[in-house]
Design a protein around this ligand. Sequence first.
Ligand SMILES: *Cc1c(COP(=O)(O)O)cnc(C)c1O
Length: 494
Amino acid sequence: MMYQSTRDPHHKKYSAAEVIKMGLAPDGGLFIPESIPALTFENITELCGDSYSIRAAKILSKFLTDYTYEELLADCNAAYAETSFPGGAAPLVNIHDHIYSLELWHGPTAAFKDMALQIMSRLLSRALVKTGETNDALILVATSGDTGKAALEGYKDIDRIKIMVFYPVDGVSRVQKLQMATQTGGNVNVCAIRGNFDDAQTGVKKIFGDADMAAKLLEKGYVLSSANSINWGRLAPQIVYYVSAYCDLLNSGALKMGETMDVCVPTGNFGNIFAGYIAKLMGVPIRHFVCASNKNNILTDFLRTGIYDRNRDFHLTMSPSMDILISSNLERLLCLTAGEERTAMYMESLKKDGVYTVDSDVLAAINENFSGFFADEAATADTIKTYFESYDYLADTHTAVALSSAEQYITTLDSAEVRPIVVDSTASPYKFAADVYESLGKTQPADPLEALDELANATGTEIPYPLRSLAKREVRFTRVIDADDMPAAVLEWC
Ligand SMILES: *Cc1c(COP(=O)(O)O)cnc(C)c1O
């Protein structure tokens, strides 16, 4: 299985290891597999009897053909171990009637990015060997909170990799700051920046584009690499849980082989939902995808009109991981639907004017599989309250956006048309404890750390292990620097 760029009509091929090491294609496009491997009903039946790790290894082995099955199984066993994901990696919970929650947040940072980052680090470590790279990899991350912590947990103590995370000193929550400052691992570093997230992000981008810096790092034995959500190494592991959810519906008797399910995904960068679409193309019986957005509903508009227009107000919401105006991974769907040449044109137009309009045949093809719905802040809060009071299910803010969207989608169907719908639950409610607590009709405590205990007391649910006793952990990283000093800080550490 080889990979090619979404913008290259000549289809230059790359191996999986190269693609995972490179992240982005040289022409600025994203990597996609040259073809989609098939998953037969016999394959799916076999997966039904397997653990999550084995399901993951079997599915990944269809895409990462330059990795052996034994390597993938070892990495999946390590990534999805019971110690990291107590109770299982991606449990499917029936909330009510046809609505199921696919809980992707049982990992080390209590959010769904763990599902990919726990394994991608191991895949990158092997990619260095497979591509004959003699240097080690240095991962640099600018974060507004959650991605940085998930990346730190994913890369800590991984062979031949170092990771350094920069965050805006006043731009992350107290809980997020504590999570990063207390990070363990011998190969990790965390540094606060005086400035906002953009300053941190610009600083990291500058280092990536600086030839002089690259030469200095090479002298020290490092090549730069990124942990971005556009990396195929993050997308491929996300395909697994859609297959796994279908197996779990078969195992529970909710579906018979071949019967379809719907899927609803709280969407930001379009990575998670695109992984689900790949599962469908492989052969998993998925009928339709509901793309759920918060008040930043650029994708809802796109799926309804074919116009992607980022010239609009940006809103800060209580589901911050979906506060995004450029959904990078949408490019992959455009490529599969419209081809490389039209995709390159759309992306050029987005870069130049901040807007593109897809042709009507493209929109029609996309709408066969995807519809867009959104929940504003009031609808999100209302969903959290209703789901807790009526169904005894405590959802986080992102999951609530998806639950609201799933309900809206169901109302467009005749009752005979309603199928089981798998709603991705992307964060523990405790990750956004203060907003969840307030949505239940309570007053937020002054100290955000207190919100965790208050939420536990009010709902009788448990704080997940990564968020327990945060205040008691050893603080390891306290450094605050100017953005201009980022290159020096990196070199000094290496
Ligand atoms: C990153 C994230 C999302 C969005 O996922 P995409 O793959 O970017 O669409 C949704 N919810 C949470 C909690 C996240 O961290």
